[in-house]
Ligand binder design. Structure first.
Ligand code: HXC
Length: 510
């Protein structure tokens, strides 16, 4: 009996070594942790339960039968983050460069299936060279099986992808179908085809970093939702993000202790909006004052900064904040901002996270670049997302709500539940200058007349009271009581139920 136990121990120890000391050293020399070291940071201490430690590939082509490594390049199993269940797969670059074989794919699929069945999120950590080249179509089939499960799991359980090394070829499409992608600066990159193929096909010379580094994907392509300095910071932040998320679409957002009184007024909010309507102010200050303990987690912080999307908590429960940012392009809605916010709104709606929307938007961005880039369709995404969302929706207009952007930003007409405005709100088809130049075109050369008309327009429309008179706003509120109003509103909406017309699924303008 002792022999058998020794044998298990020997095999386990061998599996722990992954691709061996030399490759582990090389991994460390690149500033990267190994798969098992990453799991230690991601999961609660001593909570990891490993599956399939002894799975090996079955390939015999190109001398592969001589190179079997237990685990086959991916460590899989489950554990907890602050006591809550999570399924994980972590690619091990020290074994065949983390490349995906049929057996490797089967390990990931097992985790995905269990996560769906047991209603818990999946976190996948990527650090790999794509399809196991020696396995040919078996590797492609393996990817297909993983992709299909990503699709089935979408909207059922949260899926998070963390890119901590190369992520190329077949490896990119699984993350692309998950809810969030995070990267590590300087050590991770994602692309469908690498620099060598790019050079051959297009003659373009580009480095991996320029082609698909964290900077590119967090600022240009918007593929990644955030990036961090190193493995430790990234994994610690994933634990923080995880705490905001429900375990599945049948779960309510988690509730954590909150120490900030929701009934207390914050007088500083009364002076947040500057007297000059063309002066910017930082909308993040408002989120900071509304979220419990001023704590919030931004998604896509460095992309389309004219809109803010962030998770925060009110009275201990997660909410999704969507807010125009007057500090960037005056908070205008453009294609990028619309896409970014639409995806966030849809995530929140999938997972029962109420939406709190702050509005200060001068309209949609005019110009050929936007129109040629499909602004109509991208803007429609946000309109569509807010409208179809059945989670509790509370909106507060702090200043401008002009034109179509007024409708889009979770207005009453888009079926928001509670719509507030501050006394500084201006709700109109457009700003005074543009409006007067159109409706009083005949007076355009008479500055006195134009000034008088502008004043008339401003006093008639640039306030919240016309909308309030019609019931499009539920109340005009004092800024200092905003947190109390939102907290009470959310409490009142806890049992919200909405019946939607039967459909197979909608056809959001993609
Ligand atoms: C088998 C692989 C591998 C792969 C790396 N390795 N990628 N083995 N299949 N795809 C092995 C290497 O042979 C090497 O083994 C070890 O992993 C480390 O790789 P290195 O090249 O030494 O590391 P590095 O210099 O850091 O370069 C990493 C890399 C490079 C950029 C990822 O390995 C690379 O370009 N790999 C191939 C990428 C690729 O073209 N993949 C196929 C994509 S096609 P030893 O034993 O020497 O340590 C694809 C199609 C699927 O994925 C589409 C589905 C839709």
């Amino acid at each position: 009996m002792q022999d058998i136990i020794e044998e298990l121990k020997r095999r386990r120890d061998a599996a722990q070594l992954g691709g061996g000391e030399k490759r582990v050293e090389a991994q460390h020399a690149r500033g990267k942790l190994t798969a098992r070291e990453r799991l230690e940071i991601l999961l609660d201490e001593d909570s990891f339960e490993e599956f399939d430690t002894f799975v090996e590939h079955r390939s015999t082509d190109f001398g592969m039968e001589a190179t079997r490594v237990p685990g086959d390049g991916v460590v899989t199993g489950w554990g907890t983050i602050n006591g809550r269940l999570v399924y994980v797969f972590v690619k091990d670059f020290t074994v065949f460069g983390g490349s995906l074989s049929q057996a490797h794919a089967q390990k990931i699929c097992k985790i995905q299936d269990m996560a769906i069945r047991n209603s818990a999120p999946v976190i996948g950590v990527f650090d790999a060279g794509g399809a196991r080249i020696q396995e040919g179509v078996d590797a492609l089939a393996g990817y297909g099986e993983v992709f299909a499960r990503n699709v089935l799991a979408s909207g059922v359980i949260p899926q998070i992808s963390v890119i901590m090394g190369p992520c190329a070829g077949g490896d990119v499409y699984s993350p692309a179908m998950t809810d969030f992608i995070f990267m590590v600066r300087d050590t991770s990159y994602m692309f469908v085809t690498g620099p060598d193929v790019v050079k051959t096909v297009t003659n373009e010379v580009v480095s991996p970093e320029e082609l698909g580094g964290a900077k590119v994907h967090t600022t240009k392509s918007s593929i990644a939702d955030g990036a961090y300095e190193n493995d430790i910071e990234c994994l610690t932040q994933m634990r923080r993000l995880f705490d905001y998320l429900p375990l599945s679409n049948r779960d309510k957002p988690p509730s954590w202790p909150s120490f900030q009184d929701a009934e207390a007024d914050d007088m500083s909010l009364d002076t947040l909006v500057p007297p000059n309507p063309n002066k910017p102010y930082d909308m993040k200050e408002l989120i900071l004052k509304i979220a419990d303990e001023g704590d919030f987690f931004e998604i896509q912080e460095n992309f389309a900064k004219n809109i803010i999307t962030a998770f925060g908590r009110i009275e201990g429960s997660t909410v999704g904040f969507v807010a125009n940012q007057p500090m960037v392009l005056a908070g205008v809605l453009d294609s990028d901002a619309s896409r970014k916010a639409a995806r966030f709104v849809r995530f929140c709606d999938c997972f029962n996270i109420p939406l709190v929307t702050f509005v200060d938007v001068p309209g949609f961005l005019p110009g050929t670049a936007q129109e040629y880039g499909g602004l109509i369709k991208h803007g429609a995404k946000l309109l569509f997302a807010f409208t179809e969302a059945t989670v509790p929706k509370i909106t507060c207009i702090t200043r401008k709500a002009f034109g179509g952007a007024y409708d889009v930003m979770a207005s009453k007409h888009m079926r928001a539940d509670i719509n507030y405005a501050w006394p500084t709100a201006q709700i109109a088809v457009m700003g005074a200058k543009g409006a007067v130049e159109i409706i009083f075109r005949a007076d355009i050369n008479d500055p006195d007349k134009i000034a008088a008309r502008t004043k008339e327009y401003e006093s008639r429309f640039l306030n919240p009271f016309v909308a309030a008179q019609r019931g499009y706003l539920d109340e005009v509120i004092m800024p200092h009581g905003t947190r109390r109003r939102i907290a009470r509103g959310l409490r009142s909406l806890r049992n919200k139920r909405v019946e939607m017309p039967w459909k197979k699924h909608d056809n959001i303008p993609l």
